[in-house]
Write a protein that binds this ligand. Sequence first.
Ligand SMILES: [Zn+2]
Length: 296
Amino acid sequence: MIKNILAILCGIAFSMSTAHAKPFVFACEPEWEFIAKEIGGDQIRTVSATHGLQNPHFIRVKPSLMSKIKKADLLICSGADLEVGWLPLLLRNGNKSIQAGQIGHLLVSDYVDNIEIPEVLDRSMGDIHPGGNPHIHLDPEIISKTASMVASRLSLIDPENRQIYVKNLDSFESNWRSAMARWKTAGESLAGKRVVVHHKSFSYLLNFLEIETLTSLEDKAGIPPSARHLSEIVTLIEGSSAIAIIRTPFDPKSAGDWVSDKTGIPVVTLPFTVGGSPEATDLYKVYDASIQLLLQ
Ligand SMILES: [Zn+2]
């Protein structure tokens, strides 16, 4: 009798595991969830660990995230130590298929050239960009490359729907390429302009638009600006043609406001990622809105 029940239970478990379940993508940031949705469409389920108004360097790991990562088939994160404060803890709860070295583990920085890699790394100074600048989603070429990696990974995880992923990648590529051309044209008059940033959140976008970063309000990435450093910045701005101080929705406001007050140059808050402002409902609109705000 017990043997029969066990056989039935095993049979149910086997049929459940072989039934086609939609791949579940666990993205660390909203930009990667956006790409997963573009490529996976209705064939996948997704979640993002952070939202657009959160600083992805620092989040608190909630129990809800712990239970979500257990079900993940594909993990997509920026890497380059952006998530070093919270991802290792989450990964310990994830299944084998999303651990380092597996198909389900995709840290985008492992496959692209990060910029601003420190020549000398002094962790005692608290630099939070030890592996170079991890805010790679603001490089449109990196987005294109990531979309193609996501399509390959999803095709391996869920080969039945490979053709759908390839087709979605093709249409994403063509839409993204036309958007890139549009952004280049729209941002033409910004080339050669200078800005001050709060944190080096926008370096890739500024490079794409050929805008120069005069300086950053943080002495070192992740370290709150000192009063002395801010006074030096005021002097630096006065002798320059900087057009704006730019920040994310989650950067502390006081330093930028103080410098703006002293110098008269405006502070501009850019959306940074999907959900970073009411209009930034997808990654195309993040780029659109950022360029429009810089032009204003
Ligand atoms: Zn950063």
